[in-house]
Design a protein around this ligand. Sequence first.
Ligand code: HEM
Length: 183
Amino acid sequence: MYGLVNRAIEQLVVSTKGEPAWQLVCARAGVAPGGFVAMCPYDDSLTYALVHAVSEELGMPPEQVLEAFGEYWILYTADEGYAELMQSAGNDMRSFLGNLDDMHGRVESIFPQMKLPRFRVEILEGDVLRVLYGSDREGLAPMVTGLLRGVALRFRQRVVVRHIVTRGPDASEDVFLVEPLTA
Ligand code: HEM
């Protein structure tokens, strides 16, 4: 994945646990802690190695690391110069999620070698959103849970995100429900 993603993992660890923790993560993952170049594509194995090293170093399951990362990503990308792109995707959760593929399409002109995720949104009764996520990569569904929580925070909405279908031989996409909290 592009260095932008690996840098976001670095920033998450440094901002929550400090620079020494990041040095330990890099040592575990066998990565030089010199920093990543945002515009440079790196092998996916490096990103997975970083997630596993963070998981071991901080004593939390890799799924939890991916969730935390997804939430952080929404704030991080907005902070790192993509705020305009994020704003152009919509002013509420429903339209923002519906525009994600278009937005990533525009991101592709900046990161031409990226492998795009695919999102579809359906509206169910009670303003529940059903989000379908397709990807060429394995194991990133917990990150999408975190991303969806991050998007809800961005629009100051209180929601519960449930991952109800896991991609596999019987399902070509992961499915999530985003349910508004009323009380
Ligand atoms: C302006 C904001 C954003 C930028 C600049 C951006 C950029 C990127 C980049 C560079 C990648 C790596 C792809 C690769 O190297 O192959 C990526 C992956 C991904 N992005 Fe975004 N993104 C943005 C917003 C979002 C949002 C809002 C969501 C979802 C709510 C999202 C979901 C994902 C997912 C799930 C992946 C993993 C790709 C996969 O499944 O293979 N992104 N994005």
